[in-house]
Design a protein around this ligand. Sequence first.
Ligand SMILES: Cc1cc2nc3c(=O)[nH]c(=O)nc-3n(C[C@H](O)[C@H](O)[C@H](O)COP(=O)(O)O)c2cc1C
Length: 191
Amino acid sequence: MTVLLLGGSPSSPSTTWRLQQLVGERLAALGHRTGALQVRELPALALLRADVKDPAIADAVARVRDADAIVIGTPVYKASFSGVLKAFLDLLPQDGLADKLVLPLATGGGQSHMLALDYALRPVLASLAPRHVLPSIFATSEQLPWDPELGLRPVPTIAARIAAGVAQLHDELQHALQRKAWAAQVLAVAA
Ligand SMILES: Cc1cc2nc3c(=O)[nH]c(=O)nc-3n(C[C@H](O)[C@H](O)[C@H](O)COP(=O)(O)O)c2cc1C
């Protein structure tokens, strides 16, 4: 199954993107095809003007459309998700997440805004008609230390949350694959 890592941090390097990449590596090891899309790399003017005819924007929207699951990541900015991510989500069609699984991830400077994913991002995702939005994963930057040689070294509590989130997404992707196979069989019988 195809999983798109949709990065919503304007920064580079980005703690959130590192977390997303770790999740992506785990999913790839389980046999999923993963792709990467960072909103910060899209043409800024086209993004701000919601120019869906711009080739890079059109391609990004198509990549969301073609994915079975989206691992969406954002830093917490001003007690909410990032503005660049909202600018991109606003470009998607009304049912832009139809039939997709979504795993939301966020990183923040502290614990105070750890619910931002649930009160701010989750309603926006729900409005795009996904099949299922999985429980969110939130970590502070302190809980995600970076080692230049070993890469991201999440503290044990966060490592456990990541493992559980990856396992749940993998499990649901397997079910989605089964559903696709059944649907193909039904179509073949009906033809
Ligand atoms: C403009 C700005 C606003 C921020 N607002 C918050 C905030 O309201 N709450 C919070 O917990 N952290 C806040 N932070 C800290 C970031 O969420 C945190 O450092 C995050 O891990 C950055 O992720 P990134 O490296 O992927 O961009 C803010 C950081 C910036 C630059």
